[in-house]
Design a protein around this ligand. Structure first.
Ligand code: SF4
Ligand code: SF4
Length: 81
């Protein structure tokens, strides 16, 4: 399963990840983002790109899950990642 952590010191509570996540993984609690449903994460990393504070970290994302485009692309990514 994908593990998600939010750096509480970096998160500014803007809520962009809450609005952006297609799987509704995050909620705001006490002015900080909390990944309440990490099991629903599909590893798109859209939240990483939108977070202004770079406060998010994901572990356990594999190329075949994120870039399921072509088996040759997956093989190339597995060689370089
Ligand atoms: S990687 Fe995608 S699905 Fe996972 S928490 Fe971020 S926006 Fe949501
Ligand atoms: S986008 Fe980043 S700074 Fe904004 S609430 Fe989410 S984790 Fe916090």
């Amino acid at each position: 399963m994908i593990q998600i952590t939010v750096d509480e010191d970096s998160c500014v509570g803007c809520g962009l990840c809450v609005k952006d996540c297609p799987m509704k993984v995050f909620e705001l609690k006490d002015g900080r983002s909390v990944p309440l449903r990490p099991e629903d994460c599909m590893g798109c990393l859209s939240c990483h790109e939108i977070c202004p504070a770079q406060a998010l970290e994901h572990r356990g994302i594999y190329p075949a899950k994120r870039h399921y485009v072509d088996i040759r692309v997956c093989e190339m990514l597995n060689r370089v990642i």
